[in-house]
Design a protein around this ligand. Structure first.
Ligand SMILES: [Zn+2]
Length: 64
């Protein structure tokens, strides 16, 4: 489970907080896929863009 997507989706994290946490998430990513995902989140410039990416990720998790 990706904590950052989950917390953002539950509105427990703001876009600013997500952005602040991401460099560390990227540094400690367990796989290249995970790293790519965090970089994608980092490149999101609006609330909507970030929501779209986190929604995709939490949907994926729910199906597993
Ligand atoms: Zn995620």
């Amino acid at each position: 489970m990706c904590l950052i997507c989950y917390e953002f989706n539950k509105k427990r994290m703001t876009i600013e907080e997500v952005k602040r946490a991401l460099p560390e998430m990227i540094t400690f990513a367990k796989s290249e896929d995970e790293k790519a995902h965090f970089k994608k989140l980092q490149s999101a410039t609006s609330q909507e863009e970030l929501e779209e990416e986190t929604n995709k990720h939490t949907d994926l998790q729910a199906k597993k």
